[in-house]
Design a protein around this ligand. Sequence first.
Ligand code: MG
Length: 389
Amino acid sequence: MARIVDIIERTIQVSSSMRNADIGFDEMTATALVVVSDVMRQGKPVVGLAFDSIGRYAHGFLVNERMGPRLLSADPSLYACADGPGIDPLRAWSVMMRNEKAGGHGERAGAVGLLDAALWDLQAKLLDQPLWKMLCDRFPGASQPDRVTVYASGGHYQAGEAPQRLRDELCAYQDLGYHHFKIKAGGASGGIDQTRIEAALSALTAGQTLAVDFNAGLQSQTADAAIEGLAGYGLAWIEEPVDPLDYRLLAQLRARHPMPMSTGENLFSLADVRNLLRHGGLDSTRDFINVDISLSYGIPEYLRILDLAAQAGWARRAFVPHAGHLFALHVVGGLGLGGHETAPSHPLLGGFPAGSTLADGMLCLPDAPGVGFEAHAGLCKVFEPMLRP
Ligand SMILES: [Mg+2]
């Protein structure tokens, strides 16, 4: 029976000069996490690693003060795997959520999701399997769990930029093997967004697609005109046009505009997604849901969300999680979701673990055990000092 004996947490600065329609990233932080087990291999403890999804700051306080101590003080029998070696992250989730009231999802959901991600990495290593394979074995349904459609997310607003810069950015992603792209919208006025979109579209070749992300930047008075202005571009989807909790406005926009829409990255619970499905007016045949796995209590809650959505007619292909980086990549493959968002130009998060291959917009995942942070050029440097004895 494996025991969790230590949790190491660091706040990492991930600031940059980028902007979207809602926020700047000049103060952005994220949490790097190491969960240490008492299982020893080659003289070292087997550990689980996790790195925050970007955009909502670090979660160290809640990890250190609440959820982490619950795991460390729990009897290992409470989170032991029932039918094999190691731990069961679904059972550990209940340990972390002990005495937590319903509702009020927010930073708590991100702290639990971070610990949950580290526990899945740990258990995959204990079973000597890549996480995508472990998930596919436990929750069957993915037809090609080792192959994931990935898209390049970028096109942030940068001071003084010319439209040519955006075209060059997408061309660089094409050179990496991407076929699908997303850029920011809603953060400029006077037709600048249309100019940016046209510059991005000018880089695309046959079969390639472009989506735009409003990052909740449109208001009820402006949303109709802004979306109508994009009607002729054949965009893959319009993402998060308005406030993530304004379901009525979203439903009104959904009814007025035919292009696919996508939202959910700022909903952190099953309860919030239930309201989105009830009141947001989304169409399971053309729209997408972007709930961020790490920011919304991790895989246990995400499985409940998938089940709820399935009852309403939503296929797993309609789920394209927000960010989440390497962890989400494995979940998308293992659970057979619709695609994975990447940030290829991010100096820390860009790229994939060694052994991955990207071609024609599809990523072939490696067979190394766990998630693969140790084999990622940027993130391995974050974890290396945390793993020193
Ligand atoms: Mg988004």
